[in-house]
Ligand binder design. Sequence first.
Ligand code: 9MR
Length: 633
Amino acid sequence: MGLKKIHSALASALAVTAFTATGLFAATAYQNQVGYLTKGQKQMAVIGAEDKEISFKDSDGKEVLKVTAPKAETWLPAGDTAASLVDFSEIQTAGTYQAFIGDEKIGHPIIIADDALEDAAKASLKFFYFQRASIELTEEYAGIYARAAGHPDTAVKYHSSTGIENSDSTFNGAKGWYDAGDYGKYIVNSGISTYTLLQLYQQNKEYFDKLNLNIPESKNTVPDILDEIRWNLEWMLTMQDPTDGGVFHKLTTLKFSGTVMPEKDVAARYAIGKSVTASWNLAAVAALAAEIYSPYDEEFAIKCATAASKARWWAMHNEAAYFEQPAGVNTGTYIDGYPIDEEIWANAELYRISKNPVFTEVFTKYPFKKFRWKLQSWQTTYALAAFTIATNPEIFDMDILDSARACIFTLADSIVLSLENNGYGVPLLENDFNWGSNSFAANKGMILIHAYILSKEEKYLNAATAIIDYILGRNPLDISYLTGYGVNSAKNPHHRPSQADGIDEPVPGMLVGGPNYTANDCAKKFVQMDAVAKSYYDNSCSYATNEVAINWNAPFAYVIGSLQAIYTTGKTYDITTVPAKFLEVEGIKATRNLQKQVSAGSKLVIRNGAVQVQKTNREGKVQYFNIGGKRIR
Ligand code: 9MR
């Protein structure tokens, strides 16, 4: 470990116990270390400042605002040290400021700018480029993090758990993003990550159409964020068994690799398992992708729509095909024995792009009509369905819309409620400090942004801002959990390339998992049950608190990207937007765009649960073909 890489809990301990020259205890301030949006909410948590005057000075030393620190309040996850939540939202002029109590500086420099979150938002998306499998990262795009291509995955074996017996055959499973600190590619986790990023784009097109991520595709006419997402989508599509539409659960080696660069991990890679959850995940994501990519590449859009429909068909006929970790395999499991939420989500996506009523049958299929009000995660996707449904009131029926809205607002209101008497102004509860706590934070932010889109009530936007502040430094460890951003940021993530590349600073733009009171690895000695938000160890040995993952970066990118986009454009997603045009062709799912792709005289239809091509021959007889061109009799 390099000298620079000191344990940040130690660093913050030093900050907390800072003494003034006179030996008096100095106030400690926790704040967003990266920046505040000029027109957004601005807060800092100050310990030892109750009733004191906090003075905010600009870079010329001129006082621009004076605030009396309010009553200090605790926030359970931080333990019993109370803090005053100081609001300085009134400062609405861009610049760099400093807070003082008398002559004493408190906190870090305060950066206020119209684009204060833009660099961090871009970095959190650029992370996905750094996670690309099967491609060399060149200096032009990766800078000092350039590296050789790893994992071509052009000849992936079938593990016996796929049900494919021919052990000699292989398939091309190239591209995709590495899941996390390891080099596996997992469909279930790709599902929520890819969906979250697609939503970010779809809801903020004006902003993201122009955003340059400096990736190899930056020069083409497709928005960079969509090019990046496509890298993963193309891999996800390869995981579908062409013979039946079922989707393999994961593509990994049999064992986790050592701490090596991607190109050094040359052990055989396998498709492992075929599962109902993987199939629903592909169905959901590919359906949304079909609509989003259709203006750019209709052939790809059709491919996605077809894959979605086929995956659905398989999942419906294999409802109990849960993934089980086969003997001899130790890579991530993403086991989920409850696929109903995924089924609802996938059907909602399919219905949105097609208006084919067959996809609404799911809403009456189950005895309960209401969504469970649960925060979204790789395992629980009700909220993802709720996002799609609630933001499409023109498409979904009133009763299902109500259920979706209830899901979002119940969750959002409970998050906002947790801000009451909360001295740190952080809407997180003790239970949130589990594995990947920062992703619970970010996913709560995604709920809040949706509540804001639907209601335009500022309290939701402000609570989402508070979550970004927490992640970027307003926390009892005084740390920014986003690598490369903030005065005191995470330095030693559990991320193989960052550990093995010989470069001191980790790959930037990565959100580490964060405090986890269940940590049972080298971070165990830092677990504090009476201050769970401090249960963190900035050391690469701690996968339980300091790993990175695509399903953690994605909601963070969603929240920080949405906030920046909303404040930049002054607009939120217009929920009356509908996909291009729906075509009324025998319950067809294709939009006009998709339809055009099929040769003259033919059209895409859904028959028997699958996408088929309907043609009328010269004699006027209607015939059906599968997507591969084979006649169905
Ligand atoms: O994010 C996953 C978390 O919810 C689980 O509790 C944990 C243990 O099963 O696994 C996490 O996912 C890991 C995956 O299995 C393998 N790649 C790294 C992921 C992040 O730690």
